[in-house]
Design a protein. Sequence first.
Length: 398
Amino acid sequence: MFFDHIEAAPADPILGLTEAYKNDPNPNKINLGVGVYQNEAGVTPVLSCVKQAEQQILETETSKSYLPITGLPEFGRLTRELVFGQGHEIIAAKRAVTCHCPGGTGALRIGMDFIKQQNVSPTVWISDPTWANHYQIATAAGLNFERYPYYDRATHGLAFDRMLETLSQAKPGDVVLLHACCHNPTGIDPTLEQWEQIADFLKEKQLLPFMDFAYQGFGHGIEEDAQGVRIIASRCPEMIIASSFSKNLGLYNERVGALTVVCADEAAAARVISQVKISVRTAISNPPAHGEKIVTTVLSDPQLRALWEEELTGMRERIRDMRVLLASKLKEAGAGDFDFVMEQNGMFSFSGLNKDQVETLKKEHGIYIVGSGRICVAGINQRNVDALAKAIAAVVKA
């Protein structure tokens, strides 16, 4: 038999947690492991701008033929403008090329496939902690990975000095994977001054920046969240960016991502995109169309673009409000000082809870949190925050 020797793989830490939550009969259970935005009602909504864009597409679409391998040219242009800003030198000089990939995950994988296939570098440095799939994607693409420290558990902040000290061991030509904003899982981002230092460091060490830009608009704003990418682009003539529209447009199941490669000049960019096309062709042949058309429609229509920015602001502010509320409720419940939660950005918070405390929350309170202590702040609402705060206080004081 061909398959008898195959063993069952361990459950994905996030998806497995969601499955356990679904099977829990506790009527008051709370799922804070899921990595999607939820509104006050606990629902992941379809944005109004998306609904209106879909209506336009349905009324005007005349064909379901294949898209180009790299997606619609307009989609690529709009993505680059979102990342760098309209009129940016990189765009004007045609130094950047973009292809549509199935989600931010697809963009990361196509990007790493490209790095491996074109012998760009054998090694990618990844933050510790990070989104667990980063390690798996690098390995599946055939790359070696090294870890650099990112989180200072004592201060609940960025281990900036240790980060650069460890990265100083990287060899010229190595790739450094950086979270552009809303670091997953910690929610801790470099300051603008630290981004400047990182950019200078990468340039001096001749390292290739690979930016995971999954949460643009979820930190401080569309422009504000792009500052790290733009600062590095001002120092480093070459870089790679994996963008996602899953979060900021709520297009999780449409799988809309983009891989952008910045090159030293237009000629190099033309050569690069010819090889990226091969990476895409061998992986997925052609990208899915519906989600890409939604993004293109929303970003190119002034009214829909304004509506999107308004809705995105609403999502961002709700998450921020839940951070403040959680810190306040934890203090009231006697859990101690959790004000550091308010300094973090995006959907996630590194709570500081250890694995035993996380397990107790699950078994005794029906509260599901990733083993690292990562909390999805977007899963908190007015209905569950008191129970959550009291449960955390109980395990902290135990």
